[in-house]
Design a protein around this ligand. Structure first.
Ligand SMILES: Cc1cc2nc3c(=O)[nH]c(=O)nc-3n(C[C@H](O)[C@H](O)[C@H](O)COP(=O)(O)OP(=O)(O)OC[C@H]3O[C@@H](n4cnc5c(N)ncnc54)[C@H](O)[C@@H]3O)c2cc1C
Length: 441
């Protein structure tokens, strides 16, 4: 095909100004490269949502000491893990006071519309050119090589193209081998933001100053469903939400907002949000397929990063950190490619190598069987056992004139009636295999 040799070719064009795209952009701009970022939203972050917490260490790799100037809400000092029954719940919590000190921060709650915008401003200040309200429609492919992207209005040509358009990646679907997203490879995340005065949040969550708490919730209305709930504290609002497997929602014909309403009414959650005013309701897909659903990460002239590449560890609610690191690694690979003037798939394969050497692919690899395990065993591991833990706690704490030995025997008898000893042993082996897989792979 004849090519127009007079066309302008920038160093990099990036589709999407989320954490992945902006991290790539700022890394390239700081190295003096000419970068164009195309973002469909009115501004970066305008339409983006998450739980959520950004993680201090990876975020600081891109934005050193960001907490001094970025719009963060609270630094999180405590993780609470709540295992809910129908009307009861068992919560364990881990608090680390050190996480309230500069240099020891672990994570911060942020509001994406503000955070993403701030990150994009840093990239612009470093020299990146960000074009909002611009939907990338397709990749431009010439002689099998990606040479840029096409929007409704124009074509942008670049030595390297970075695909960072999120979970529902148009580009990955159109021109990549990433399979069409299947319900089993994606979860639906929904959330409500509920406004509460700052002092009330401090009292209810036992917090001082701008410290915050994260809840991860299992069971309750999601008993037997592959899904997790969450609560995050912002400065003067509380986020309550859940992420549920689309496959499970489809099979069980359950409506996600009904689950969320039930969660909000649960006695463990209700006192946290009582009297608050609903500010916002939003929903977004979350990649769930992980390592097994990842597409090829690079091709001639192009790399794919963040959610578009399915880089999410959803057991831990980790996505922004993988997105930022993948953006950074893709940019660093591009910098090596410019030095050699080689944009071939072979050269860009360094990107995958960097991911493999980092926690990103190490974690995704070791967790690769977790979602499949939970989907195959949800009734037992997300339904039966969590409910038994709460039943046990109920017996353990009740003062009701029944001798302890009688209670414990009755509890064990009930468990065995519902799940035989061979079944329990087989569950133990399955669980040990899963844990072994995480530790050894
Ligand atoms: C409910 C929920 C809770 C979560 N909680 C957490 C959490 O607490 N911590 C955490 O680390 N992660 C969390 N995640 C995951 C995290 O949000 C993602 O992993 C992360 O945002 C991925 O970043 P990204 O840049 O790859 O994609 P995105 O953040 O999705 O950014 C993609 C960008 O591309 C733009 N775009 C899309 N298509 C186009 C196009 N065709 N042309 C131009 N622009 C386009 C979008 O507007 C967007 O700005 C959560 C996700 C959800 C849904």
């Amino acid at each position: 095909m004849a090519q127009n040799t007079n066309r302008e070719v920038v160093d990099a064009v990036i589709a999407g100004a989320g954490p992945a795209g902006i991290s790539a952009a700022i890394t390239l701009a700081r190295a003096g490269k000419e970068v164009v970022v195309l973002e469909r939203g009115d501004y970066p972050g305008a339409k983006n949502m998450f739980g959520g917490a950004i993680y201090a260490q990876p975020a600081a790799e891109i934005f050193p000491e960001f907490w001094k100037t970025a719009p963060v809400e609270r630094y999180n000092v405590e993780h609470r893990y709540a295992l809910l029954g129908d009307k009861d719940g068992t919560t364990i919590s881990y608090r680390n006071g050190e996480h309230s000190k500069e240099g020891h921060y672990n994570s911060f709650t942020v509001i994406r519309a503000k955070w993403d915008r701030w990150c994009a401003e840093q990239a612009e200040a470093a020299g990146a050119f960000i074009v909002p309200e611009t939907l990338v429609e397709s990749l431009i492919i010439e002689d099998g090589k990606v040479v840029g992207v096409k929007t409704e209005q124009e074509e942008f040509y670049a030595k390297v193209t970075i695909v960072a358009d999120g979970v529902n990646s148009l580009l990955a679907k159109q021109a990549w081998d990433r399979p069409e997203i299947k319900p089993e490879n994606v979860a639906l995340g929904i959330k409500e933001v509920i406004s509460l005065p700052k002092e009330k949040i401090q009292d209810r969550f036992n917090l001082e100053g701008d410290a915050g708490v994260i809840y991860t919730i299992l069971g309750g209305p999601m008993q037997g469903i592959v899904g997790l709930g969450y609560v995050y504290t912002n400065l003067d609002s509380v986020v309550v939400g859940l992420g549920v497997s689309l496959e499970d929602l489809k099979h069980k014909k359950t409506k996600p907002y009904e689950l969320l309403n039930e969660l909000k009414k649960h006695p463990t959650i209700k006192p946290l949000i009582n009297g608050g005013e609903l500010l916002e309701y939003s929903a977004h897909l979350i990649p769930e397929g992980g390592f097994k659903a990842m597409p090829t990460l690079y091709k001639d002239g192009v790399m794919i990063v963040g959610d578009a590449a399915m880089l999410v560890n959803n057991v831990h609610w980790e996505g922004t950190n993988l997105a930022m690191m993948s953006g950074k690694f893709a940019a660093e690979t591009a910098l090596q490619a410019y030095d050699k003037e080689d944009y071939s798939a072979n050269m860009l394969s360094l990107y995958q190598k960097k991911l493999e050497e980092s926690f990103v692919l190490k974690d995704l690899k070791s967790y690769k069987n977790v979602m499949g395990f939970l989907e195959d065993n949800s009734k037992v591991f997300l339904g039966f056992y969590p409910s038994k833990i709460n039943e046990f706690m109920n017996q353990f704490t009740a003062v009701d004139g029944v001798p302890k030995k009688t209670k414990y025997r009755q509890f064990i008898g009930d468990v065995i009636k519902q799940r035989s000893i061979p079944q329990i042993m087989s569950d133990g082996i399955k669980f040990a295999n899963l844990a072994g897989g995480i530790l050894l792979k």
